[in-house]
Ligand binder design. Structure first.
Ligand SMILES: *[C@@H]1O[C@H](CO)[C@@H](O)[C@H](O)[C@H]1NC(C)=O
Ligand SMILES: *[C@@H]1O[C@H](CO)[C@@H](O)[C@H](O)[C@H]1NC(C)=O
Ligand SMILES: *[C@@H]1O[C@H](CO)[C@@H](O)[C@H](O)[C@H]1NC(C)=O
Ligand SMILES: *[C@@H]1O[C@H](CO)[C@@H](O)[C@H](O)[C@H]1NC(C)=O
Length: 537
C-alpha cells in the first residue's frame, strides 16, 4: 500500500498523486458521512413525562457525540422547549393536537382515577380514550404538510421514536429514513421476539401476569395462554392505524415496528428476568439514572432535620392527583406516614384539605433522582413507574410498590422477585398494611442489602445507559445494522417453526418405513413359501 522509497523512483512518483487522491477522497467521504450523519430526529410519543425524559437522556449523549438533535413534540408539551436543561440543547419541532391543550392534559389526569378504582371497565375506557387521541394526533402530524416538508429538508439520518407511538415509524417511512425504537417498558424478550429474541413462556412471564420466572404448572398454562392471546391480539391493537398507513402508502403498523433497525430497551438484567436478546436489541435500562446533584436548600434542610431515621419518598408521578375520588387514599397515606419515625417527602400537586402531620413535606415537584441519591433516604413508596424502578436500583434504595396501571403490574413482580422491596395491592390498601410495608423495608436489613448489591452490580459497567444508547445509535448510523439483524421476519410461520422441514422429513421417514415393512413382508412371504415347500414334500 505504502510507496517503497528505497526501491524505484518511478513508483514513488506514481504513488504520491495516488496517495493525494486517496487522501482527498477520504476527506470527501468523511465530510459526506459527517454531514449526512449529523442530524437525528427524536419523536418521543407526544412528549409526555417519562417518555420525554428517556429520549432526552439519549439526546443529551448524542449531543456529546457531535450530533444535531431535533425533538418533535405535541403542542401540549411544548414547554420542554423552554426547559433550562434541554431548551438550548436541542432544536424543536411542534405539531398541533386536534383538541385544546387543556383537554390533552385532562385526559392523562383521568388516569389518576385508577388509584382508588380497581374497575377493569374504567381502565379499559380510559385506555381506549388515550389510544384514540394518539391516533388523532398521528393524523394531525402526518397531515401537517409544512411540518413534514421542513423535516424532509433537514436531512436527518435517522428517526428515533418511542414504541408506544408507532406514528414515529410512519414519519420515518414518509421521510424515507431508517428508524430506531426506544421501548420504555419491561418484558424485553416478549416485545423484541420479532427481532429474534427468544421468548419462552416456560421461564419468562408474559405481560400482566404478575408471575416471576419460576412458575408452577398452573402458572405456566396461564402464562402460555396469555402469550398466545397477546400474539393473536397484537394486530388488532394497531389496526386503527391501518387507515393512515393505507392513505400514506406505507407498511402496516406491526410491520413498521418489526422494520425498526435498532431496539433500545429501557431494561437491564439487574432488574429484569434474564432471556436471550437479538443482537440489534440493546438493553439500556435506567436511562434517566445519574449521580445525585445538589438539592435545593428547603429540601436539604428538611432531610437534614430527619436525623438518623432518614426520609422516605412518596412519588406516584402524575398518577396521584388530589380529587374527590382519591381523597380517602391520600388520608390513608397521611395517617400511615404519621406513625413512621422517618420524615416523608411527598409529591402531590395540591396539598390535601386537612392538617398535615409535621413529619411530611408535600411538594408539587421533586428532583427525585437527586433525593434518591441522598445518603439519608431510606425507601421509595411508588406506583411502579419503570424509570423510578431503575433510579431506585441505581441509588440502592429499597421500595414499596403499589401498581395502578399498565406495565406497573409487570414492574411490581420484578421488585418482589429480586427482593428490592414489598408490593401492596391497591384494592386492599389500609393504613395498617401501608405502615407495615414501610416499616418492614426500612427496618429489615435484607431489603437495603439487596438494594445495595443491585446498585453495585448495575453501576459496575464501562458506560452509563444513556451513553450506551448513544454509542449504539452512532455505531448503527456509521456502519448500518445488517450485521446485527437476524432475518427472522423473512421466514413464514411454517418456515419459522420448521413445519415444512418436519413434514418433509416425516414423509421421507414414513416412506422409508413403508418400504422396509413392504420388503420385510415380501421376504417373509418368500421365506414362508420356501419353508412351506419342504413340509408338503
Ligand atoms: C375522564 O373520565 C370521565 C369518566 O370517568 C369522562 O366522562 C371524561 O370524559 C374523561 N375526560 C377525558 C378528558 O378523557
Ligand atoms: C441542526 O438542525 C436544525 C434543524 O434541522 C437546523 O435548523 C440547524 O441548522 C442544524 N444545525 C447545524 C449546525 O447543522
Ligand atoms: C440536504 O441534502 C440535499 C441533497 O443531498 C442538499 O441539496 C441540501 O442542501 C441539504 N440540506 C441541508 C439543510 O443540509
Ligand atoms: C426480612 O425479610 C426477609 C425477606 O422477606 C424475611 O425472609 C425475613 O424473615 C425478614 N426478617 C425479619 C427479622 O423479619
Amino acid at each position: 500500500m505504502f510507496p517503497n522509497r528505497n526501491h524505484d523512483s518511478m513508483d514513488d512518483r506514481m504513488a504520491q498523486p495516488r496517495s493525494v487522491l486517496l487522501g482527498s477522497l477520504f476527506i470527501v467521504m468523511f465530510v459526506i458521512s459527517y454531514t449526512t450523519a449529523n442530524n437525528v430526529l427524536v419523536n418521543p410519543m407526544i412528549g409526555k413525562g417519562s417518555h420525554f425524559y428517556l429520549s432526552a437522556a439519549i439526546g443529551e449523549q448524542l449531543i456529546h457525540r457531535g450530533y444535531n438533535v431535533t425533538f418533535l413534540l405535541g403542542s401540549a408539551f411544548e414547554n420542554h422547549a423552554r426547559s433550562s436543561r434541554y431548551g438550548h440543547m436541542f432544536n424543536w419541532e411542534v405539531f398541533k393536537h386536534p383538541i385544546p391543550t387543556q383537554a390533552v392534559h385532562d385526559m392523562f389526569a383521568n388516569l389518576s382515577k385508577l388509584v382508588s378504582a380497581s374497575d377493569f371497565k374504567l381502565q379499559l375506557s380510559i385506555h381506549s380514550v388515550l389510544q384514540e387521541a394518539r391516533l388523532n394526533d398521528c393524523r394531525a402530524l402526518l397531515e401537517d404538510e409544512a411540518l413534514i416538508g421542513r423535516l424532509r429538508a433537514a436531512n436527518f439520518s435517522v428517526v428515533l421514536f418511542d414504541s408506544t407511538w408507532v406514528c414515529g415509524a410512519m414519519v420515518g417511512e414518509l421521510l424515507d429514513l431508517p428508524y430506531f425504537v426506544i421501548f420504555p417498558y419491561p418484558n424485553t424478550c416478549l416485545v423484541t421476539s420479532s427481532q429474534g429474541s427468544v421468548f419462552h413462556p416456560g421461564y419468562i412471564p408474559s405481560m400482566m401476569t404478575s408471575y416471576s420466572n419460576k412458575m408452577n404448572f398452573k402458572e405456566r398454562v396461564i402464562n402460555s395462554l396469555v402469550y398466545t392471546l397477546i400474539t393473536i391480539l397484537g394486530p388488532y391493537f394497531y389496526a386503527p392505524y391501518n387507515e393512515l398507513t393505507l392513505r400514506f402508502g406505507i407498511p402496516d403498523p406491526l410491520e413498521l415496528l418489526t422494520n425498526s433497525k435498532l431496539w433500545l430497551v429501557n431494561s437491564d438484567f439487574v432488574g429484569e428476568f434474564p432471556c436471550a436478546l437479538a443482537p440489534n436489541v440493546i438493553p439500556v435500562g435506567g436511562l434517566t439514572t445519574r449521580a445525585a446533584e445538589k438539592l435545593p436548600a428547603n429540601i436539604e434542610d428538611f432531610i437534614q432535620g430527619s436525623g438518623d431515621d432518614g426520609i422516605i419518598i412518596c412519588s406516584f408521578g402524575s398518577f396521584l392527583i388530589l380529587d374527590d375520588s382519591n381523597l380517602h387514599v391520600i388520608r390513608i397515606f397521611a395517617e400511615a406516614f404519621d406513625r413512621l419515625p422517618q420524615r416523608v417527602i411527598w409529591l402531590l400537586k395540591t396539598p390535601p384539605p386537612f392538617p398535615i402531620p409535621a413529619n411530611i413535606k408535600i411538594l408539587p415537584w421533586l428532583p427525585q433522582n437527586d433525593i434518591l441519591g441522598h445518603p439519608q433516604t431510606r425507601a421509595l413508596f411508588f406506583h411502579g413507574g419503570h424509570n423510578s424502578y431503575y433510579e431506585a436500583i441505581y441509588h440502592g434504595v429499597p421500595v414499596v410498590v403499589m401498581p395502578i396501571y399498565g406495565d406497573q403490574y409487570d414492574v411490581a413482580p420484578r421488585i418482589v422477585h429480586h427482593g428490592l422491596g414489598l408490593k401492596l395491592d391497591k384494592g386492599f390498601l389500609t393504613e395498617e398494611n401501608l405502615y407495615d410495608a414501610l416499616h418492614d423495608v426500612t427496618t429489615n436489613a435484607t431489603y437495603s442489602n439487596t438494594a445495595k448489591r443491585m446498585s453495585s452490580t448495575f453501576q459496575d459497567r464501562p458506560m452509563r445507559p444513556a451513553e450506551r444508547a448513544a454509542f449504539w445509535i452512532d455505531h448503527a448510523i456509521k456502519h448500518g445494522t445488517d450485521n446485527l439483524e437476524i432475518p427472522v421476519h423473512t421466514l413464514s410461520i411454517f418456515q419459522y417453526y420448521l413445519i415444512d422441514v418436519v413434514s418433509f422429513i416425516s414423509v421421507v421417514v414414513i416412506f422409508f418405513v413403508y418400504i422396509v415393512v413392504k420388503c420385510c413382508m415380501l421376504v417373509r412371504s418368500r421365506v414362508c413359501k420356501f419353508s412351506k415347500k419342504p413340509k408338503t414334500e
